[in-house]
Design a protein around this ligand. Structure first.
Ligand code: NAP
Ligand code: MG
Length: 404
C-alpha cells in the first residue's frame, strides 16, 4: 500500500517465545506491515534475552507501558526446572506476566472470540462472557498448617500499639486437622473495583460481581462493600449515561444466572473464583486458542495478549521442519485490540478502522471454512478445511486486502 497508516505515539511491543514468537513475526510481515507504518517500542521478552538482561527487559517493558499507555504482548515461557538446561538459565526467572501485573497493578479480563460454526457448549451463549479475575491475595498468598489432635488454633492480630486480639478458629480436641490464613487489602480490592468499572464503561457492557458474603460476613462482605462504595461515589452517573448496569449477587446465584444468560457482560470474580471460572468459561466457548486477554490498570493502561501459552509442542515440530497448524487468532486479536486502543487514545480513526477490518477478515476466513487444526476438530461447517499456520494468515490477508 502506498499510503500506510501512520501512528503518532509508539505502541509497546513485547516479543515472546517458541511457536507464538514465530507467529508474531508472520502476523507483522503478512497482516500489519503492508498496511501500517508500525510505530512500536520493541522489547524482546524471549527467554534468551530475559536471561541476558537478568530479566530487566521485563521491568523496562512494563515501565514503558505505564509511559505510553498501550502494549501488545506475545506469549512467553515461564521457566520451570526443565527450562534451566534447555536455555542455560542463570536463574529460574519469574513469570513475566506476574512481573508486569505487579508493576501495572492490573486486572486481567479474558474474553472469547465467537465465530459461526464453533458453537459454545451452552446454546444460549450468543455473546461473549468476559471474566475479570482479581489477581491478588486470598489462597494464592496463604499461610497454612497441618495441626495435631489436642491443638487449639486461634487467629491473633497485633495492632500498632502492640495490643492483641484473638479469636478461636477451632479446638482440635479429638482429631488432627488443617488450618489456613488468608488476607486481602483495601487498596488491592479498590484497584480491582476501579479496573472493572472502567473496563465496563470502556466496552459498554454490564458488570456482575459475586462473592460468598452471606457466609463470609467480614471477609467477602468487605469486597461487596468496597465495590458498592466506589460504584456509588464514582461510577453511578457514568454508568447511567452509558446505559449499563452494575449488578451484585451471591456467587451461587451468579453461577446459575451465567448458565441461563445469553452472554454479553463482564463477570468480576475473586481470585479463586476467577481462576476456576475462567477455565470453565473458556472451555465452554470452545477453545483456549480463541481467548483474548487484556490487563487493565486502575489508571487506564492496557496490555493485550492471547490467553494461551507458547504452544511448545507445535514449536518442536516446527524445529524439526514439520508443518504446523497453529491457531494465530488470539494473537491477531491482541494486535487488533492494542492498535484499536492506540487509535482511540490518539484520535487516529484510520488505525481504529484498520483494527476492525483485521478482526473482520480473521473471522470471515474461519466462517468461510478455512481454519487451523484445533478448530476443524470443533467446527460444524460442512466445507471446513484445515490449513497450516502460514496459509491461514495468507488467507486472512486475502480478505483484508479487499477491506482496506
Ligand atoms: P499452551 O502453550 O497454551 O498449549 C497447550 C496446548 O493447547 C497445546 O499443546 C495445544 O494442544 C493447545 N493450544 C494452545 N494454544 C494453541 C494455539 N494457538 N493453536 C493450536 N493449539 C493450541 O500451554 P502449555 O503447553 O502448558 O505451555 C507452554 C508454555 O507457555 C510454557 O512455558 C508456559 O510457561 C507458557 N505459558 C505462557 C502464557 C503467557 O505468556 N500468557 C500462558 C500460559 C502458558 P495440542 O498440542 O494438543 O495441539
Ligand atoms: Mg485456572
Amino acid at each position: 500500500m502506498e499510503n500506510k497508516i501512520k501512528m503518532s505515539t509508539p505502541l509497546v511491543e513485547m516479543d515472546g517465545d517458541e511457536m507464538t514468537r514465530i507467529i508474531w513475526q508472520k502476523i507483522k510481515d503478512i497482516l500489519l506491515l503492508p498496511y501500517v507504518d508500525l510505530n512500536t517500542e520493541y522489547y524482546d521478552l524471549g527467554l534468551v534475552h530475559r536471561n541476558e538482561t537478568n530479566d530487566k527487559v521485563t521491568i523496562d517493558s512494563a515501565n514503558a507501558t505505564l509511559k505510553y499507555g498501550v502494549a501488545v504482548k506475545c506469549a512467553t515461557i515461564t521457566p520451570n526446572a526443565a527450562r534451566m538446561p534447555e536455555y542455560n538459565l542463570k536463574e529460574m526467572w519469574k513469570s513475566p506476566n506476574g512481573t508486569i501485573r505487579a508493576i501495572l497493578d492490573g486486572t486481567v479480563f479474558r474474553s472469547p472470540i465467537l465465530v459461526k460454526g464453533i458453537n459454545p457448549y451452552i446454546p444460549t451463549w450468543t455473546k461473549p462472557i468476559t471474566i475479570a479475575r482479581h489477581a491478588y491475595g486470598d489462597i494464592y498468598k496463604n499461610t497454612e498448617m497441618k495441626v495435631e489432635k489436642g491443638t487449639k488454633a486461634e487467629l491473633v492480630i497485633t495492632d500498632k500499639n502492640g495490643k492483641e486480639t484473638r479469636s478461636t478458629i477451632h479446638n482440635f480436641e479429638n482429631t488432627d486437622g488443617i488450618i489456613q490464613g488468608v488476607h486481602n487489602t483495601k487498596e488491592s480490592i479498590s484497584s480491582f473495583a476501579r479496573a472493572c468499572f472502567n473496563y465496563a464503561l470502556d466496552t459498554k457492557q454490564d458488570i456482575w460481581f459475586s462473592t460468598k458474603d452471606t457466609i463470609s460476613k467480614q471477609y467477602d462482605h468487605t469486597f461487596k462493600d468496597i465495590f458498592q462504595e466506589i460504584y456509588d461515589a464514582e461510577y453511578d452517573e457514568k454508568f447511567k449515561s452509558a446505559g449499563i448496569e452494575y449488578f451484585y449477587t451471591l456467587i451461587d446465584d451468579a453461577v446459575a444466572r451465567v448458565i441461563r444468560s445469553e452472554g454479553g457482560f463482564i463477570w468480576a470474580c475473586k481470585n479463586y473464583d476467577g481462576d476456576v471460572m475462567s477455565d470453565m468459561v473458556a472451555t465452554a466457548y470452545g477453545s483456549l486458542a480463541m481467548m483474548t486477554s487484556v490487563l487493565v490498570s486502575p489508571s487506564g493502561v492496557y496490555e493485550y495478549e492471547a490467553a494461551h501459552g507458547t504452544v511448545q509442542r507445535h514449536y518442536y515440530k516446527h524445529l524439526k521442519g514439520e508443518s504446523t497448524s497453529t491457531n494465530s487468532v488470539a494473537t491477531i486479536f491482541a494486535w487488533s485490540g492494542a492498535l484499536r486502543k492506540r487509535g482511540e487514545l490518539d484520535n487516529n480513526q484510520e488505525l481504529v478502522n484498520f483494527a476492525e477490518k483485521l478482526e473482520k477478515a480473521t473471522i470471515t476466513t474461519i466462517e468461510d471454512g478455512i481454519m487451523t487444526g484445533d478448530l476443524t476438530a470443533l467446527s460444524t461447517l460442512s466445507n471446513k478445511k484445515k490449513v497450516d499456520t502460514e496459509t491461514f494468515l495468507i488467507e486472512v490477508n486475502n480478505r483484508l486486502k479487499n477491506l482496506v
